[in-house]
Every structure is written in C-alpha cells, then in structure tokens.
Design a protein around this ligand. Structure first.
Ligand code: BDR
Ligand code: CA
Length: 313
C-alpha cells in the first residue's frame, strides 16, 4: 500500500506515523506537514523528529500550508503542549526538509504514480489536500482513497460543542475534500473516543525495548492528561493512528456509507460534519463513516507494530 501521511504532529499523529513505519504492508511515500496543533514550523520539525526516533531518517518530509484557506490558524497547545509533541526529550532533527512544497509533492506523486494506487491519510486540518485539489483537479480521479481523521456525529465536537478540531480549523478545506469525488473513509470522534490509552495499554507499550516505543510512552502519558481530566476516563482517545489501523485491519472497524456535508457559515456550528447516518436525504453518499472499533484489537496491532521499529539506542 502506497500512502502519503498529511499531518500536524501531535502525539497521536506520532502514533500514526510510527504505526505506518512499523508495518511492512505500507510504503510511506512521504510525510506532508500542515499547520494545525501547532504552527507549521513546529509540525514540520516534529514530523522529522518522529521519523528519527523510529530510526527512519530516510523518510521524505515536506512542509505545506502554514494557515487555513481563508481563516486565521487555530492551534491546540493546551492539548499537545508548547512544542506539539511534549512528553519525551526533543532534539533538532538531523535531516532536512525536502525543498519541494508539500502540495506540489502530493500533486506530482498522484499524477506520476499509476491511477488508483496512492492513498492519502490526512490526520490534521485538510488544507494541503484542498490546495492540491485546487491546483490539479485531475488528482481526484487518481486517488485510491482518502482515509482521514476528522469530524464526529454521535459524539459531536471536541473543540466546540459541534466541531472536531481538524475540521474546525479549516472547514472550507474540508468541504472541498468531501466534495471532491474520491473515495473517502472518515474516522470520526465516534471511533476515536473508544480507543483509550488506559494504564494497562500504555504499560504494554512501555515494555517494548526500543527508542520509538520509549518516546511513544512518554508522549502518551503527556497527551492523555488533558482528555482524562475532561472526560473523566482512564486514558485519553488516541485519534490519528486509527486511520493507519483501518488500512492494515479494516475488520477492526464498522460503519456505513453516508452523505457528509461540512458546515462553513454558521458561527455556532462551524466545522460540524453533518452526517446523514439514517439516510433521511437523497444527497449522494460520499464517505464511509466509521462508528465502532475493536479497541483491544487496535492496541494489539499498535503494540505489535511498534516492536518492529529499529533504533535500539
Ligand atoms: C484531532 O485533532 C488533533 O489535536 C489530533 O492530532 C487529532 O488529529 C482530534 O480532534
Ligand atoms: Ca492530528
């Protein structure tokens, strides 16, 4: 499976990247960074730090959009910490960003690889993907699928009562992506709020003897504190790696094809994902919306794959 991860790391983004790097079924063509949890300069740095922690300084990392299509950037340092990746000791990555802009990389890759062979995994605001679709609309028909973390229906929102962070930050970009015609798999809060970093799950990751898993343990311990307090749970939701888990083991998830529209105008509900779960409109189905997950199966997969990451230092 050839994939591009579009990301704003983020500790849970780090888990997604590490899960992909630890999985031989996946060929990670590149990582494209976008502004989101923290500004672009930090997400582009964090993406490289995560690769280096995983012993993979060969991965190509591209910087993309530094702000949403038409709004000021909203960030989430209160969740992820000042660096976006608080928890482990961070360092200057030893390898540089690619010169190419992330949007050019996405377009060029989709236009040069055989049609229907490249999957996009956006796990931050959808700005880079929307810009790529605007720059070269022909990519829509060449994308194998877009497997994204974003939105919520039964769980509604996490950053406002009705909006999930990734969609809220750039709702215009999300509207463009959901209308593009490529196959979309949506991993909403309805799923991610069911995969909690409980103490026993973190303990299993802690026992893995490699640099990536040690860093992941420290990231998870930092990351969960905000949501544990907010939701009163043992552990916090681990959002982004569910996208990669779906590629590896779709049988862990269930959902249905629905129409999904994005609210862009209302001040009250901006960024809401309006999912026609019950099929009460005749609007065309444009996404597979997932709702349930085998959470133990998911953590089993993540833990196993983290063991594959080298760098025994
Ligand atoms: C999403 O927002 C970010 O803070 C996380 O990394 C995840 O992608 C969850 O709402
Ligand atoms: Ca993210």
């Amino acid at each position: 499976m050839k994939i591009i991860i579009d990301t704003d790391p983020g500790q849970d983004d780090a888990a997604a990247i590490m899960l992909a790097l630890g999985s031989p079924e996946i060929e990670l063509l590149g990582i494209t960074a976008v502004a989101g949890n923290v500004p672009l300069e930090l997400t582009a740095r964090n993406a490289r730090i995560i690769c280096e922690m995983s012993g993979r300084t060969d991965i190509k990392v591209y910087a993309g959009a530094d702000r949403p299509l038409g709004r000021p950037l909203v960030t989430a340092e209160h969740v992820h910490g000042k660096t976006g990746l608080d928890g482990p000791e961070l360092f200057e990555p030893s390898f540089a960003l690619q010169d190419k802009h992330a949007v050019d990389f996405i377009v060029d890759t989709l236009m040069s690889e055989p049609a229907g062979t490249v999957t996009l995994c956006p796990i931050g605001p959808l700005t880079n993907i929307a810009l790529a679709l605007q720059r070269e609309p022909a990519i829509a028909g060449r994308i194998q699928q877009i497997v994204l973390m974003g939105g919520g229906y039964f769980e509604q929102g996490n950053v406002t009562p009705s909006a999930e962070f990734n969609i809220y930050v750039d709702p215009e970009a999300a509207a463009l992506v959901f209308a593009c015609g490529a196959p979309i798999v949506m991993m909403p809060l309805d799923v991610t709020h069911k995969v909690l970093t409980t103490k026993s799950r973190i303990d299993r990751i802690r026992q893995i003897d490699n640099r990536a898993a040690r860093a992941m343990t420290e990231m998870l311990l930092f990351f969960e504190r905000f949501d544990e307090e907010k939701y009163g749970t043992d552990g916090g939701p681990l959002h982004d790696p569910t996208t990669i888990a779906w590629l590896l083991k779709p049988e862990l998830f269930s959902g249905r094809e629905c129409n999904v529209e994005i609210e862009t105008t209302s001040d009250l509900t901006r960024g809401a994902t309006v999912v026609d779960w019950w099929g009460v409109t005749d609007r065309a189905k444009n996404a597979l919306v997932l709702r349930d997950v085998d959470a133990d199966g998911f953590f089993e997969l993540l833990t196993n794959r983290l063991q594959n990451l080298g760098a025994q230092t």
